[in-house]
Ligand binder design. Structure first.
Ligand code: UT7
Length: 325
């Protein structure tokens, strides 16, 4: 008995920043950003706004959608890379807002693949019979770790959260197969140098901007397409399905050129691919659950559809999960 999705939710902060707004703060152009990434706008937290509002809102919406009370959740997982606090993370703060008084919780850190990893972990725990109902949130406040003077990264990211409620289901629905991978040789392609235990924050790290996200964009780009292709094929094999069986592909929303190349390699037509990065940019662990929730709510995703969610990210991690809705 695998895990089926019984509800979903998502949240984007109100503040919407356009490419033209970014032209005012770094040497960039709307034309460059659209041509190289496909991104037009992103939603960002206001200064001082509590990041937990995002995961809380998405989780509440998912529970309402599933018509369940939050107290019925057996386990709560938050996939995030930049938690509210390095210790104790994000999950306890969101759990408190949700009134999950006795529910166990933990943060899951697996780069932008965190939501896909979380789906695989939740499915495993449900299959093992350890939990009947799990709430999985992907939430990311990337604006808080972005160097707003670095044009190579600041145009790429957005804030947001998405959530799903997973419950024990029949074998022919829910998670049908998954495949997760890691490539630790590439750990520094995307990283935050300071603020961890290797290089604790001090005046010097602050001066050097060690508390900001650093990325070797071209290196990440080169790895992303073959990694998501491999993960998609292996997750489908685990589900005993082929690409012809797939109704929707939801790739991590990092760059439209990466998504287009993936479509070509998999020979999946573009009208089967769900994208929203033009509006929301790269929201890391939140990107897949936000895109999934939007497409469910607007009626594109229907009951019975087979969906592949695939991602890659810092670590480097990558993976895919095949789900029948
Ligand atoms: O969630 C996973 C995390 N990240 C990603 O998935 C990102 C993956 N990588 C990418 O999406 C792309 O590599 C980028 C969008 C980050 C960059 O695109 P690119 O086509 O690989 O450009 P590039 O880094 O090779 O830079 C090309 C030029 C450079 O100028 P020179 O050296 O050729 O004169 C950059 O300085 O574009 C310049 N550039 C910009 N110009 C205007 C870089 N960023 C900007 C910018 N505006 N924002």
């Amino acid at each position: 008995m695998g895990a089926r999705i019984i509800g979903s939710g998502s949240f984007l902060p109100e503040k919407c920043v356009t490419n033209s707004d970014l032209e005012q703060i770094v040497n960039t152009s709307d034309e460059w950003i659209v041509r190289r990434t496909g991104i037009r706008t992103r939603h960002l937290l206001e200064d001082g706004q509590d990041p937990a509002v995002m995961g809380t809102a998405a989780a509440k919406q998912a529970c309402e959608d599933a018509r369940i009370s939050a107290e019925s959740i057996g386990l709560f997982i938050v996939a995030t890379n930049f938690p509210d606090m390095i210790c104790p993370g994000s999950s306890p703060f969101i759990a408190s807002e949700l009134g999950l008084d006795q529910t166990p919780f933990f943060d899951l850190k697996a780069g932008c693949s965190g939501f896909v990893y979380g789906m695989a972990v939740a499915d495993g725990l449900i299959r093992a019979g350890l939990y009947q109902r799990i709430l999985l949130v992907g939430s990311e406040a990337l604006s808080r770790v972005t160097d707003w003077s670095d044009r190579k990264t600041c145009v790429l990211f957005g804030d947001g959260a998405g959530a799903v409620v997973l419950e024990t289901g029949r074998t022919d629905e829910g998670v049908l197969g998954s495949a997760i991978f890691g490539d630790n040789d590439k750990a520094l392609l995307l990283h935050m140098p300071a603020g961890g235990t290797r290089t604790p924050a001090d005046d010097a790290t602050l001066q050097q901007g060690g508390h900001f996200l650093k990325m070797e964009g071209a290196g990440v780009y080169r790895s992303a397409v073959p990694m998501m292709e491999r993960a998609t094929r292996e997750a489908l094999a685990a589900a005993s399905l082929g690409l012809d069986d797939v109704d929707w592909l939801i790739p991590h929303q990092a760059n439209i050129r990466i998504i287009d190349s993936l479509a070509v390699r998999l020979k999946v037509s573009k009208d089967k691919i769900i994208t929203n990065l033009d509006r929301v940019a790269n929201t890391s662990t939140a990107s897949i659950p936000i895109a999934f929730d939007e497409a469910r709510r607007d009626g594109r995703i229907k009951n019975g559809d087979v969906i592949v969610m695939t991602a890659f990210g810092a670590g480097v991690t990558y993976g895919a999960v095949v789900v029948r809705i």
